[in-house]
Design a protein around this ligand. Structure first.
Ligand code: HEM
Length: 157
């Protein structure tokens, strides 16, 4: 005989695991987006400084601190995505980006513009590509529980 507990709830509900996966995909998108906005300011502030306004260098330094901090936050989000969604590429890409930004930071402090300018362009391009990739890739949605569907383990016997 079939009992009521053999069926899922009639009211659709999110599965907790699905919801967690969904939120960590969105968290990565949010951090990558904030990081991209911050890095786009860097060439602008550098340009302000090179035009003769010394405040531009102060903003560029504040931007550098924001960009590198967001890079490390993105690394944590990418680790969570790797563990929960089993997707390693955001972590590998973020690790390369964070390494480049760290070198970029020290090249800026040293005034090594031969390295700082091309690496700056490269990091902006790399983060833009990553921004497009995370927004193009669909984020897994938590599957709604369907009314009166038998539980998986019971359906299989
Ligand atoms: C295309 C992008 C970028 C351009 C064109 C650019 C350009 C510059 C320029 C012209 C300077 C002044 C160097 C000097 O006076 O000797 C500078 C300094 C600096 N940059 Fe960048 N930069 C870029 C991106 C970045 C990024 C992404 C970071 C951080 C990860 C960064 C971190 C720094 C730092 C820490 C300094 C030294 C600031 C100071 O001395 O107070 N830059 N940059």
């Amino acid at each position: 005989m079939v009992t009521i507990d053999r069926f899922r709830r009639a009211v659709p509900a999110r599965s907790d695991a699905g919801h967690r996966k969904w939120s960590c995909g969105w968290a990565l998108r949010a951090v990558v987006s904030a990081h991209a906005v911050a890095i786009f300011g860097q060439p602008v502030f550098a340009g302000v400084y090179l035009s003769g306004d010394y405040d531009g260098l102060r903003w560029h330094l504040a931007g550098a601190n924001t960009v590198t901090s967001l890079g490390y936050v993105q690394l944590i989000a990418a680790i969570v995505v790797w563990v929960r969604l089993r997707q390693a590429w955001p972590f590998v890409a973020t690790l390369a980006l964070v390494a480049a930004e760290t070198v970029q930071y020290f090249a800026g402090m040293d005034g090594a513009l031969w390295l700082h300018l091309p690496l700056g362009v490269l990091t902006v391009v790399a983060l833009t590509v990553m921004f497009i990739a995370v927004w193009r890739q669909p984020v897994l949605r938590p599957a709604p529980r369907t009314a009166w569907a038998p539980r998986e383990e019971e359906a299989s016997g």
